[in-house]
Ligand binder design. Sequence first.
Ligand code: HEC
Ligand code: HEC
Ligand code: HEC
Ligand code: HEC
Length: 223
Amino acid sequence: MATSPQPGPGDGVARTNLLLGGLTLVFFALAGLLTKNLWGHLAPKQNIPLVDRKFLETTPWRQTYADLVKAKEDLSDYDCYGCHEKNKPPPIRYDANQKIVIPKEHSDIVMGHGSHDRNNNCFNCHNEANLLTLQVRDGRQVGFDNIPQLCGSCHGPTYRDWEAGAHGRISGSWDHTKEGQFTRLSCANCHNPHAPRIPTREPAPPPHPLRVPTPAAESAATP
Ligand code: HEC
Ligand code: HEC
Ligand code: HEC
Ligand code: HEC
C-alpha cells in the first residue's frame, strides 16, 4: 500500500516563515507607496466654528407672573394698589385718533393686540373692580397665574390646540394620563399679552458640511 509522506514538522515552520517574510515585504512596499502619496490627500479638515449657543437656548424668552413668583423676583409691577386707589378704577384715555394713551408710569407697556388694535382696552383683560385679577369673557375672575384661561376665553380654537399639545410647547410626555409628568408653557411665556405678535427671529445657520467644498468642486457641481 502506497503511503504519501506525512509532512514533517520542519516543512510547516518553513512555510510560515516564507509567508511572514512575504507579508513583511508587501507591507514595506505599501508603506513606500503611501509616503510617495500616490493617491493624493483628503482636503485638510477645516476648523468649523461651533454654532452660537443662543440658538440652542430652550428656556422661554418671557417670564410670566408665575415664573417671577417662583424665582422670588421683583413683583412691584404687580402691586397695582401701591399706586391705584381701591374702588376707583383708573380712567382709560384715548387720543384724537382713538389710540390708547399709555401713562408714563406704564411706559414699559407697548399696546398692540390684534392687527387693528382691536383688543387694546385694558379692561378687556384686567378687572377694573379688582386690578389684582384678570377677567375672563364669561365674567369669571382668574389670577395672574392663570393666564391661559384668560387668553382661551377669546382664542378658543388656539386654546384647544394648546390643551391638546399642538400649539405651544409640551415637555415631559405626550401621554395626558400622566398628570404631573408633563409641563405646558403658559401663553405668556411666548406671547406678550399686550403685544402678542411674535417678533421675527434670526434663523439658525444651516448644517455645516464636515469638509468645506473647495471653490473648484463647487463650480463643477453647479451647472
Ligand atoms: C408705579 C405706580 C403704578 C403701578 C404699580 C400700577 N399703576 Fe396703573 N397707572 C398708574 C398711573 C399713575 C396711571 C395713570 C392714572 C390716571 O390717569 O388716573 C395708571 C393707569 C392705569 C390704567 C389706565 C391706562 C390708560 O391707558 O389709561 C390701567 C388700566 C392701569 N393703570 C392698570 C394697572 C394694573 C392692572 C396694575 C397692576 C398689575 C397697575 N396699573 C399698577 C400707576 C401705576
Ligand atoms: C389681552 C389682555 C390684556 C390687555 C388688553 C392688557 N393687559 Fe395688562 N396684562 C395682561 C396679562 C395676562 C398680564 C400678566 C403678564 C405676564 O404674566 O407676563 C398683564 C400685566 C400687566 C401689568 C403688570 C406687568 C407689567 O408689564 O407692568 C400691568 C401694569 C398691566 N398689565 C397694565 C395694563 C394696561 C395699562 C393695559 C391697557 C393699556 C393693559 N394692561 C392691557 C393682560 C392684558
Ligand atoms: C377680549 C378678547 C381677547 C383676549 C382676552 C385675548 N385676545 Fe388675543 N386677540 C383678540 C383679538 C380681537 C385679536 C385680533 C384678531 C384679528 O385682528 O383678526 C387678537 C389677536 C391675537 C394674536 C394675533 C397677533 C396679532 O397681533 O394680530 C395673538 C398671538 C393673540 N391675540 C394672543 C393672545 C394671548 C396670548 C392672550 C392672553 C394673554 C390673548 N390673545 C387674549 C382678542 C383677545
Ligand atoms: C411655545 C410658544 C407658544 C406658546 C406657549 C403659545 N403660543 Fe401662540 N403662537 C406661537 C407662535 C410661534 C405663533 C406663530 C406666530 C406667527 O406666525 O407670527 C403663535 C400664534 C398664535 C396666534 C395667532 C393665530 C394662529 O393661531 O396662528 C394666537 C391667537 C395664539 N398664538 C394664541 C395663543 C394662546 C391663547 C396660547 C395659550 C393657550 C398660546 N398662543 C401659547 C407660540 C406660542
